[in-house]
Design a protein. Structure first.
Length: 225
């Protein structure tokens, strides 16, 4: 492991806005903020938006800047990636931002039923040939329903056409409420509307910039569960 990555790991361990408990369901230990994020961490009663597989936290941080009346939590297993978003949030004194370092499989360990109001999933691993590992597959939707309010919105953004089509098929098969979709975000202002278009084109992840650089189309699916 490189010196820079080790340095980031060390810094992240000391960031007050990064949770690194690594609790697992079988541990039998109740995460102390579970059901208490608003009261004990954010000190407000604002709704919580969760970014899954947040990487460098581009959406977590930028959405927090744009919507100070909401709370934002990014979750990822890669500590060196979380470092950038967490550091930016601290530098800007964004009190409505937090990060969790752990696998998304264990998301229910950290949140109580109805504690989350919205979920963003930007550029997740498409898992070719492993549909059940996709973050919009039934096992994950079940987890989200166990922590989210009824009718909570899921935002999927991807460069992968197979994942995009899979998400649309899942929405139809399981009768989720399809709110919006686009096969080419950057050319679809009319379908998306100005507010969505701004969020989907003005906020770009590290990987999205790479995909755009090689001419990939960016796809989007928005549905409620």
């Amino acid at each position: 492991m490189g010196h820079r990555k080790l340095k980031k790991f060390a810094e992240v361990a000391g960031f007050p806005n990064v949770i690194q408990t690594h609790l697992f369901p079988e541990d039998g230990v109740v995460f102390p903020l579970k059901g208490k994020w608003k009261a004990d961490y954010f000190k407000n009663n604002n709704p919580i938006t969760l970014e899954l597989g947040c990487g460098r936290g581009e959406y977590t941080v930028e959405l927090a800047r744009r919507f100070p009346q909401r709370n934002f939590i990014g979750m990822d297993i890669k500590g060196a990636r979380l470092w950038k978003g967490a550091k930016a949030a601290l530098a800007e004194n964004l009190g409505n931002v937090a990060f969790i370092r752990n696998r998304i499989d264990f998301v229910e360990t950290y949140f109580a039923p109805g504690e989350v109001s919205e979920i963003w999933i930007p550029f997740p691993d498409p898992y070719p040939g492993k549909a059940q590992k996709r973050l919009v597959a039934p096992p994950f939707i079940k987890r989200y329903r166990n922590i989210a309010n009824a009718g909570s919105i899921i935002h999927l953004k991807t460069d992968n056409p197979d994942l995009y089509e899979y998400a649309l098929e899942e929405v139809k098969e399981h009768q989720y409420s399809l709110l919006c979709f686009s096969g080419n975000v950057y050319s679809d202002l009319q379908t998306l509307g100005e507010e969505r278009f701004a969020l989907l084109t003005e906020i770009q992840t590290y990987y999205e910039k790479l995909f755009l650089g090689i001419g990939s189309k960016i796809h989007y699916v928005e549905f409620s569960i």
